[in-house]
Design a protein around this ligand. Structure first.
Ligand code: DP6
Length: 334
């Protein structure tokens, strides 16, 4: 039996991914740019050599759609490795699942990293990112961590890589940690099929990616913030244009956007964004993050985050005894 354990963190897009050009290859319609968080890690252990694929999520055996998605993902890894062995997957996810905080990003980035190692694949960061993409689009960007761009393109060309950027921080305002009314995958499909704003979203976001990379390279934090908030609102407007409409932002979300505008008027660097849920994430600087968090404490559960690391394997000595680590085939007791 071969076992590997990996850790990955969520990321929050500064320029959003919303819509696929090719669903079977998980190719996005546009590029996107994100900041990886240093909070809410997912730790996943993959042990190859089980009787069947199993998934234990936060301590509970899981047999629903989550296991189907994990099995389909493991099939891709098995194809690459030329293996038909089944695996036991044990994942501990500290992201509030389904709350629009991209739990699938850290989940599939950790699974890709652990499964590739457990099946004996030696993938480059680029190929690991391409593999994670097949699990969930946003997971592509959790492989590099930090500030990352995920390129649109074909199967070979669609991966994420780090980009130079000024120091950043985020304040996550969790308004509602319950499951969202409609998952992002289905909501993307409906947006593409029915929102008259979708073509404009694709055109404008493609331009915004270029503008964002320019602003990041120049270290122009105010421009980064302006583009971040604008792109988030454009995504939500596009989603709201679907039929039947989908609306993720609630009155409480909008109140946080207003409060963030007030913080800017007070001289702080603070710019709001939100994914497919009501929670709001505020982009800020390391200097201002404490003041931003204190000011928003009344709006929900507030957590500060710096810029986080990329997905990585844990060596055996990094895990608490007798926790699993990477066990090379030659070391394993079969
Ligand atoms: C709003 O990555 O969850 O968070 O590729 O279908 O798994 P799938 O979608 P997912 O969508 C994330 C959308 C978003 C924006 C973003 O993270 O860029």
């Amino acid at each position: 039996m071969t076992t590997a354990t990996a850790v990955a963190h969520p990321n929050i897009a500064l320029v959003k991914y919303w819509g696929k050009a090719d669903a079977s290859l998980a190719l996005p319609a546009t590029g996107s740019v994100s900041m990886g968080l240093d909070v809410f890690p997912t730790t996943t252990t993959v042990t190859v050599g089980a009787a069947e694929d199993t998934l234990t999520l936060n301590g509970a055996a899981t047999t629903d759609g989550a296991l189907v998605r994990v099995t389909q993902f493991l099939d891709l890894v098995r194809d690459l490795a030329g293996s038909s062995d089944r695996a036991a997957v044990v994942s501990d996810n500290t992201v509030p699942t389904g709350a629009g905080l991209a739990s699938s990003a850290s989940g599939f980035a950790a699974l890709a990293t652990a499964a590739a190692a457990a099946y004996g694949l030696d993938l480059s960061p680029r190929d690991l990112s391409r593999l994670a993409r097949r699990g969930s689009g946003s997971a592509t960007r959790s492989i590099p961590g930090g500030v990352a761009v995920w390129h649109a393109g074909d199967d070979q060309g669609s991966y994420a890589e780090p980009v130079p950027a000024p120091p950043m921080a985020m304040v996550v305002v969790t308004i509602d940690a319950g499951p969202k009314p409609i998952g992002s995958r289905e909501a993307m499909r409906r947006t593409i099929a029915t929102s008259p704003f979708y073509p404009a979203w694709v055109t404008s976001t493609t331009e915004t990616v270029t503008d964002m990379l320019t602003a990041c390279a120049a270290g122009d934090f105010t421009r980064i913030g302006e583009l971040t908030e604008s792109n988030a609102l454009r995504m939500h407007a596009t989603i709201e244009g679907a039929f039947p409409p989908i609306r993720y932002l609630t009155a409480r979300s909008v109140a946080v956007f207003d409060a963030v505008a007030g913080l800017r008027a007070d001289g702080l660097q603070a710019w709001a964004t939100a994914d497919a849920g009501p929670n709001v994430v505020v982009l800020t600087t390391p200097e201002d993050r404490g003041a931003v968090a204190a000011a928003l404490a009344g709006y929900g559960d507030v957590i500060e985050s710096g810029t986080g690391p990329g997905a990585h394997l844990l060596r055996s000595e990094d895990t608490e005894a007798p926790g699993p680590g990477v066990v090379r085939p030659e070391e394993s007791a079969e």
